[in-house]
Design a protein around this ligand. Structure first.
Ligand code: AMP
Ligand code: MG
Length: 364
């Protein structure tokens, strides 16, 4: 079908993207119905979740998955997450659901946790990027769950951004990236978590965190004490690649070059100020990513705070929209303060490190 459309010149051409504001009243039912119809016909709908906005298509329809890759410009070896609205549906698309999976679902679903399990035949390889496993999540967001149910129960969705750019946390971000490329956007305001889900691989002997996210490693350990973190995740060693295909790309990144500066607060401020002064002399526009507590200390022409260092959840929620704001302001270089790896900050640090392409400066 995609090839046929390409022959007819339909793909790549702008289509009209309908933006529907959800109102949290009876009217929303109509919106979900309309969105559901689009999905059943093989179309694409961007929808809100508690993590980031997703770009949804019918997970069981290979043509829909192909269209998702096409709309995002995403490499097709990077698998999609299948979103469900009823926990029991897990067993309809995953083979051999281990007891651990049910325990995790009980503890964290609906919520920002994705599980990798061996796939059943009905899940096409187009959805799993050719892998024999499938990623599954039940999002903790009422509108998302209603939309998924209206659309048949299995929605394949990556984040609703152009491949490589920061994930969208508002409908406006989605509009800027995908207008004219998808059929509809359901708008339900700003995402509460703001970073992608935690991915846990249960398809091998030992449960492993492939991507840190909204559910912390500490919380997971309470349920599965022997869970481990993919050693490839924070490593810059080329030989030790992350296991989730999507984690190997330079990702979540603004257009400007990003550097992370680590060290004591005082030294970091001093270093960043001297770097931005040098850039200004060279005619460049430098910028600083920092926290509320230090933002007055910087002299760069563009200084953006992600929130108070004491409020990790807020920092996570704001990170991507701050990265996008740097793009809007057309800066050339961004110097970011570093963050810890505890709790939600593990996910924040991981995304920043990816966005920076591992460019870190350590001040002794
Ligand atoms: P996104 O939805 O854009 O956040 O991307 C989905 C993420 O899930 C990517 O990093 C994928 O590589 C990862 N993923 C999806 N399915 C699998 C799978 N079967 N095995 C490993 N990683 C997966
Ligand atoms: Mg993504």
């Amino acid at each position: 079908m995609v090839q046929e459309q390409r022959k007819r010149g339909m793909i790549g051409k702008a289509m009209t993207t309908e933006l529907i504001q959800l109102l949290h009243d009876k009217k929303d039912e109509e919106a979900f119905k309309k969105a559901g119809k689009i999905i059943k016909k093989g179309g694409l709908v961007a929808f809100p979740t508690e993590t980031v906005y997703g770009l949804g298509g019918d997970a069981l329809n290979p043509d829909s998955s192909r269209k998702i890759y096409e709309a995002k410009g995403r490499p097709s070896d990077n698998p999609l997450i299948v979103h469900i609205a009823d926990t029991q549906k897990l067993a309809e698309i995953a083979e051999k659901v281990p007891e651990t999976a049910w325990r995790l679902a009980e503890a964290f679903w609906p919520g920002p946790l994705t599980m990798i399990l061996p796939k059943k035949k009905i899940v096409p390889f187009e959805t799993t990027g050719g892998l024999p496993t499938v990623a599954i999540r039940e999002p903790g967001h009422r509108a998302a769950l209603s939309f998924i149910r209206a659309a048949g129960g299995f929605i394949a969705a990556p984040s609703a951004n152009l491949s490589g750019s920061p994930s969208p946390t508002t409908a406006l971000h989605v509009m800027r990236d995908l207008e004219g490329r998808i059929d509809m956007i359901l708008d339900d305001g700003t995402c509460a978590v703001g970073l992608e889900s935690t991915i846990v691989d249960l398809s091998e002997d030992r449960p492993m965190i492939l991507r840190p996210g909204g559910i912390t490693k500490e919380a997971l350990k309470d349920v599965i004490p022997d869970i481990v973190l993919d050693p490839g995740l924070m490593s810059e060693n080329e030989e030790q690649r992350p296991k989730a295909p999507g984690m190997k790309y330079r990702h979540y990144a603004p257009k400007a070059e990003l550097f992370i500066i680590r060290g004591s607060e005082e030294k970091v401020i001093e270093k960043i100020n001297s770097l931005t002064e040098r850039d200004l002399k060279e005619g460049k526009k430098p910028a600083v990513l920092c926290v509320e507590e230090t933002k007055e200390a910087y002299h760069a022409p563009c200084v953006l705070s992600v929130g108070s260092r004491l409020e990790g959840e807020e920092v996570a929620r704001r990170l991507y929209s701050v990265l996008r704001e740097f793009d809007r302001q057309g800066v050339d270089r961004i110097y970011s303060e570093g963050f810890s790896e505890e709790g939600i900050y593990l996910a924040v640090s991981n995304r920043l490190l990816k966005a920076a392409g591992h460019k870190e400066i350590h001040i002794p």
